[in-house]
Write a protein that binds this ligand. Structure first.
Ligand SMILES: [Zn+2]
Length: 354
């Protein structure tokens, strides 16, 4: 099937959101006022307190956010969805139901994410195991030291589950400093030992953004050797990678939204054009090549991370999967952040969504 490209428009690769939390969003509902938070523990506690207050269901809020993301050109996403002994698999089922309504335009890979701890929440591992049968694709993890206080215990649990279920891993890691780097090197060691090269991702990885750390170089090399993908979100106060340094060490990087208008932050809109702009802004982009890189990290690099053929490659304006923008070139597109005029996946044009 073909939809003829419009010559006056700029044709671009489909966008990929490499790290998003659709079950936490307030999108589609009333404005949510946030509580203050000074630490990661405060943010997680606010999140827990908010989860049961929403008027709309997980499916309703996730559909509202996902449909907005598709209209803005996101054709695939890696969705980290909370599981816990309290939540069970309900959020995974809600996000999967929302995602099913957006086929065949949007691919959603769901990570079973132990936001509230795994070792510290008896029953969470059972919920993770169960969630892999009802819609989750990957096994998640969270700061083995900062949240769980047991590096090897946490990694044994999630790598063990991934082995038993035959799934890939995508791990949240906010821990900074040399300790954060040591955790990342241990994840790289286990990745290689288990023959999992290219099938493990780490979200945030703030320690890899700290140029002052003596073992940064060797850790970047270990990440590259293990083929680990890093997902960065270019969030307001959080560290961002030195993109040249990552390239020099051969580290694979993609970009995501993280939480969108949830208890953690009032910001975000699910548009990866907007996220490419924020990454370019946060990393001090000046040249067209730097702006184009921000788009590439938000599109084809994400497609490679998720292993989705039509989003990992780009064959120009005739591609059966493409976005068409009213923009003069990629650099201006990233600066002005318009929504695409047309979204085309495998020859089908996205209709107006309910
Ligand atoms: Zn996250």
């Amino acid at each position: 099937m073909t939809v003829t490209p419009q010559a006056s428009r700029l044709a671009m690769p489909g966008l990929v959101d490499a790290h998003i939390h659709p079950d936490k969003t307030s999108w589609g509902g009333p404005w949510m006022s946030r509580r203050p938070a000074a630490t990661l523990a405060d943010l997680i506690e606010n999140d827990r307190a908010t989860q049961f207050d929403f008027e709309l269901t997980v499916e309703e809020r996730a559909y509202a956010l996902l449909s907005n993301a598709v209209a803005n050109g996101t054709l695939a996403m890696r969705a980290h969805v909370d599981i816990s002994s309290e939540i069970g698999t309900t959020h995974v089922e809600g996000v999967r139901a929302a995602a099913d309504r957006l086929k065949p335009f949007l691919d959603v890979q769901i990570v079973a994410f132990p936001q509230f701890g795994l070792l510290t929440d008896p029953g969470a591992l059972d919920s993770m195991t169960e969630s892999l049968k009802v819609g989750a694709d990957l096994v998640g993890g969270i700061d083995p030291v900062g949240v769980e206080g047991d590096l090897h215990g946490h990694l044994d649990a999630i790598f063990g589950l991934a082995d038993r279920a035959g799934r890939d891993l995508d791990i949240h890691l906010h821990d900074g400093g040399e300790e954060g780097l040591a955790e990342i090197r241990e994840i790289a060691r286990r990745t290689i030992a288990g023959g999992r090269q290219g099938r493990v991702s780490i979200g945030h990885a703030f320690a890899l953004c700290d140029e002052a750390l003596p073992s940064l170089g060797e850790t970047l090399d270990a990440v590259a050797e293990a083929g680990i993908w890093i997902a960065t979100c270019a969030l307001g106060p959080d560290p961002v990678p030195n993109l040249e340094r990552f390239e020099r060490h051969g580290v694979q990087l993609a970009v995501g939204s993280d939480g969108v208008r949830d208890s953690w932050s009032p910001f975000g809109n699910g548009s990866m054009v907007d996220r490419a702009h924020l990454l370019a802004y946060r990393t001090g982009a000046i040249t067209d090549a730097e702006l184009e890189r921000a788009y590439r990290l938000s599109s084809t690099e994400g497609g490679k991370m998720l292993g989705i053929e039509d989003l990992a490659t780009w064959n120009g304006a005739e591609s059966a999967t493409r976005l068409e923008f009213d923009a003069v070139n990629t650099a201006q597109l990233v600066v002005d952040r318009p929504a695409p005029a047309r979204v085309i996946r495998a020859g089908l044009e996205l209709p107006a969504l309910p």
